[in-house]
Design a binder for this molecule. Sequence first.
Ligand SMILES: O=C(O)C(=O)Cc1ccccc1
Length: 206
Amino acid sequence: MSSSTLRVAFLGPLGTYSHQATNNFFGDCSLVPCDRIVDVFTSVSSSSTPFGIVPIENSSIGDVKETMDALRATTLCVRGMTSLKIGHALLGLEVGMRQELVKRVYSHEQGLGQCVEYLALRYPGAQIIPVNSTAKAAQEAAEDEEALAICSIKCAEVYGLEVVDTDIQDGGETNTTRFVVISQASTPLPDEFPIVSNTKVSNGYP
Ligand SMILES: O=C(O)C(=O)Cc1ccccc1
């Protein structure tokens, strides 16, 4: 589907997996990045943003709690679904940083949960810091030379970071997250709205 005027709210900033899922499902659309998952629901409930997209479930660690809580409390409806294979990268300001010098690792709680074994093995001494999204983690790492971020490899380019490691998720190549598309019940579906879109590998986005 392609409609550059269709506004879609998603968990930002640019470079999140939600951003990739938005591009995969909606194609060319007008991006409305939100700070938190609950803000996607607020944006779709209250403004001129007809659709939102939120992560709901991961193949390795299950429910996305923030989304499940918001779905229980909302009158918005689920109108579509898309899945994304997730290969997490570890990004930082320097490639060759010694492990014991890494003091902090930032990510969304989903990213941290999907890499828990890797972190325990490789960075047992680092403080694990949950932030609102994986791209927010990349922003934090870009300002902290003792920190790394777990996020999409695409964030290296967007936030000026080096790639320290790739495919660090405990679930290997099968690690997949499902996203749902939400709207008000009265919002008409555009022509050729996919309902379910194909799984795509998250090694970048158009
Ligand atoms: O923070 C993001 O990039 C999100 O879109 C949430 C998320 C985090 C980790 C895996 C899948 C979705």
